[in-house]
Design a protein. Structure first.
Length: 137
């Protein structure tokens, strides 16, 4: 299991022998931003719920498909933020969501060009980019 914390990303091994316990925990990065696996888009109830809400309530995103989800944990206030990227042809819509005071809030929606890029990337300064650290949270 990977853990994303305000101190970085950790790899952990979870064992079950009557009780769940961690047998290993290793910090593999100081980066506080990480991609969620594509299988989590459907399996993770938070992401599935946010995705449904966004598609139903924001016209500019309604005809697109969710192609990338990145999670970010602020190292100053430990808030959780999601960057959700939606694609349709060359159009990219980035939706930033913040978990604050137990509620999810849409922080901003930004349109990007995706010309020549994979659906999970945007065109920035002539380069296709999907790196967490390249976007402001």
């Amino acid at each position: 299991m990977d853990l994303l914390t305000q101190y970085g990303t950790y790899y952990t091994r979870v064992n079950q022998n009557g009780l769940l316990y961690l047998s290993d925990i290793i910090q593999n990065s100081f980066n506080t931003c990480s991609d969620l696996d594509k299988t989590e888009y459907i399996k993770n109830p938070t992401i599935a719920s946010l995705n449904s809400f966004i598609l139903q309530n924001y016209a500019q995103v309604a005809t697109t498909s969710l192609t990338l989800v990145q999670g970010y944990v602020s190292n100053t206030d430990a808030s959780i933020r999601y960057r959700m990227l939606y694609a349709l042809n060359n159009v990219r819509q980035e939706v930033q969501v913040i978990l604050s005071l137990g509620k999810y809030m849409i922080n901003k929606i930004t349109a990007y060009d995706g010309t020549g890029c994979d659906p999970d990337a945007v065109l920035q300064n002539g380069t296709c980019n999907r790196n967490c650290q390249s976007f402001s949270f």
